[in-house]
Design a protein around this ligand. Structure first.
Ligand SMILES: [Zn+2]
Length: 240
């Protein structure tokens, strides 16, 4: 974890400090080596069974938000305690998910946190971004309020797994360039959403727009929509 309590205050890991876990109160040890991001570790197993080994990707994401929004202790009505990666001022939880998350655990977390969204690391497996780009290359536009694409019905595990989430899911493909699809060279997040007839639509937003949306309530803007074809039959929404 990034934070532990030192003399009752949240503190980042540093050599020589002694801290306790803000969830369970047990002692934590600062780990400040060369290989991983500096963090606090329980002396035994992590008390939060949902906790994921923290990567630089996680840490970079947390650092996009004010310190007081990062690693927030949340106690459920049954007394369960979990540490949310981020909780925004309006109490929406953001979870940054790098590794595969079994469906039952995803549902448990969604039920526990209530209003939330998932940011999923699309770069964990290099093949996912290659598949994703090849699907965009099929160039099946979505004529929604913002630029988007419909994915072919033949999909891949990353999308198939996350489309059943009940809260918004944004895929993060890092610095992957999508200029060839008429998108600006800036960090993007791709929201996946269900469309009619078992189809899935992916809609890109600037990363900063998504952050401002959750922190300040800014509207999600997306990019200028693709022009609608003159013949309605070409719009897949009319086809069933
Ligand atoms: Zn703990």
């Amino acid at each position: 974890m990034k934070y532990a309590l030192v003399d009752g205050h949240r503190h980042e890991a540093a050599v020589g400090l002694r801290g306790v876990c803000q969830a369970c109160g047990l002692p934590m040890t600062p780990r400040c080596g060369q290989q991983r991001v500096h963090h606090w570790a329980h002396r035994t197993a992590n008390c939060d069974k949902w906790w994921e080994r923290e990567t630089a990707w996680h840490r970079d994401w947390k650092n996009e938000f004010p310190q007081e929004c990062q690693e927030i202790r949340i106690e459920g009505p049954g007394g369960d305690v979990h540490i949310a990666d981020v909780q925004t001022p309006n109490r929406t939880v953001l979870e940054f998910q790098h590794s595969h998350l079994p469906g039952d655990e995803r549902r448990s977390r969604e039920a526990f946190y209530g209003p939330m969204a998932w940011i999923v690391d699309g770069m964990r497996k290099g093949s996912d971004v290659i598949t994703f780009r090849s699907f965009l290359s099929a160039d099946i536009p979505d004529y929604g309020a913002a630029r988007g694409w419909r994915l072919p019905l033949r999909r891949f595990p990353l999308i198939d797994h996350w489309i059943s989430a009940t809260h918004p899911v944004y895929l993060d493909f890092g610095n992957t360039n999508f200029v060839g699809w008429g998108l600006p060279p800036m960090p993007l997040l791709w929201r996946i959403s269900k469309a009619p007839s078992f189809r899935i639509v992916v809609t890109p937003f600037s990363k900063q727009n998504v952050i401002d949306h959750f922190m300040q309530g800014d509207p999600l803007e997306g990019f200028n929509p693709l022009p609608k074809p003159p013949i309605r039959a070409m719009d897949y929404r009319a086809i069933d």
